[in-house]
Write a protein that binds this ligand. Structure first.
Ligand code: NAD
Ligand code: SER
Length: 315
């Protein structure tokens, strides 16, 4: 049985990966840490949890030793829009935390999952069917940390044989934990506002195409790649994964199939729009499909129905 540590476990992705891992591997075999302890109380109370800064190497090492951890999901990070407001803090947390995790993994023989992002690409990257291996010159500080993180994980694999793996997540859409300050957050907010007000004011232009993924597929990707046969992995870190690509106008049209009087208007946030404009429209994910059988289940229509049904059921 795996013994897992999830760092940044109360966030949008961490909370759902934590629930799924505890279901699969047992509550006591999945240890959680985060900087905060004021949300997702059932998770905190459902098994081992520690309030720890991911840059506190001594504390993290002690937890790894105490619980005989063999696999670390490193999910603590500052996301793109928040990062742009304080680049130094974003660099310190995104790179400092990852370096500590990789060092502990090297010492203790742990495997490490680290997510990269569509944010690892920039304006000179091919925008459509963005290849797995291509130009990466991001213009956001978040993107800079994501490219550096991809390279650092590759380095720990080839230099120290640490079993590092990862994917480039698209914008993640979900309904358990709110998103944590990204450029793609609009694509989550729009569903809540559609149910509550039948109207959404979007901070990106209506024709802004970005890759997105529904949470069940994102969780599946994170767990599936860590269970994949290592002899098949040619890329290891930073696999492109794609599920759907759409713009706000298209998402609004799909919402209208469920809520006919839904309307959308636009108040563009220049910082977020510049970030979105620098990212690809749609990734090509052939390597993930061939090397570890990546195959998403949800596209825009099915996700929209599921998001609206779930939110309506709770309101
Ligand atoms: P999030 O902001 O929702 O969660 C991050 C968690 O990390 C939070 O609970 C936060 O409290 C915690 N954290 C922040 N600083 C910390 C520190 N110093 N020590 C310990 N914990 C700390 O983010 P998320 O959406 O869950 O993202 C998880 C990972 O996936 C990140 O690496 C992110 O870049 C990547 N990613 C996310 C998306 C997305 O759309 N959500 C897309 C691509 C990649
Ligand atoms: N959803 C993330 C963000 O917008 C992409 O990594 O920051």
């Amino acid at each position: 049985m795996k013994r897992i540590l999830i760092i940044g476990s109360l966030g949008q992705l961490g909370s759902e990966i934590a629930y799924e891992c505890r279901k699969r591997y047992g509550n006591d075999n999945v240890v959680l840490t985060d900087l905060r302890d004021d949300i997702n109380v059932p998770l905190i109370q459902g098994g081992p949890f520690y309030k720890v800064d991911c840059r506190d190497g001594e504390a993290v090492l002690e937890i790894v030793k105490k619980h005989n951890i063999d696999t670390i999901y490193h999910l603590a990070a500052i996301l793109s829009a928040t990062a742009e407001r304080n680049p130094l803090n974003a660099w310190n947390i995104n790179m400092g935390g990852l370096m500590i995790t990789l060092e502990i993994a090297r010492q203790m023989g742990c495997a490490v999952f680290t997510p990269s992002s569509i944010g690892a690409f920039g304006p000179t990257t091919p925008k459509k069917f963005t290849p797995q291996d291509t130009i990466q010159r991001p213009t956001s500080i978040y993107g800079v940390t994501k490219v550096a993180g991809e390279l650092l994980c590759d380095y720990y694999n080839h230099k120290y044989d640490v079993d590092t793996r990862g994917v480039r997540f698209p914008g993640v859409i979900s309904n358990l934990t709110p998103p944590g300050g990204g450029t793609t957050d609009y694509a989550v907010e729009i569903y809540y506002e559609a149910v509550r007000k039948h109207h959404y004011t979007c901070f990106l232009r209506g024709d802004t195409y970005l890759d997105m993924i529904y949470m069940p597929d994102a969780v599946q990707a994170a767990i599936q790649i860590m269970e994949a046969d290592p002899s098949r992995l040619r890329h290891r870190n930073a696999f492109n994964i794609a599920a759907m690509s759409f713009c706000p106008e298209e998402q609004a049209a799909y919402i209208r199939t469920q809520i006919p009087d839904f309307t959308i208007s636009y108040e563009i946030d220049p910082v977020k729009q510049a970030i979105a404009d620098s990212w690809p429209d749609a990734l090509e994910d052939y390597a993930a499909r061939v090397e570890w059988d990546w195959k998403p289940k949800f596209e825009l229509a099915a996700m929209t129905k599921d998001m609206l049904d779930t939110i309506r059921g709770r309101e």
